[in-house]
Design a protein. Sequence first.
Length: 201
Amino acid sequence: MSAYHIFTILGFVCLVLFVKRTILIKNTIFYFWSLFIIFSLAGSKLFVLLEPETSGWEILLNFNRGFVYFGALLGAYVAIYLYSLTEKISFLMIADNVSLVIPFAFSIGKIGCIITGCCYGVYHDSFISIIYSSENSPAPSNVPLFPIQFFELIAGLSIGIVILLFNKSKRNAGDITLLYLLLYAICRFVLEFYRGIVTGK
């Protein structure tokens, strides 16, 4: 098991520990998180098929690579929606509470990306460059790269802090989820120019 897998699991543990259990109906907590895992994992793998460099369905069974955050996020919200339908509770209430924690879980997962070398940045030779020497790393060996994973980590923490502060003010249901998606989209758009790898590769 690589550092990527370990920190992805720790990110999920963060979600389980810090999402308010009071928003979930008693005796359905395991059901909720089971849906969450299944749909986020399925979404992250299925979105790989949309990538132009993806060839063959075997990538779906390869758990060492081929995960797309967009797909995982969409799958997570689908899981929340299905849970809200079956348990007849507010989708937006659950989505808001989960969205409060997602940025921090995302940042924990990025630690694994930094260590492993996945989701690496473009060629960048300066004092902030990161160099991977291991041939087992997805990143090019012994090449100075822009440390985009670190900036994604910082972006995730910053988004999390912003929406936590926003959550203290008067708001409508769904505002937290909308704010998270908006801030993440902006950060991702900017940082995408510094990515040296196709999403999910």
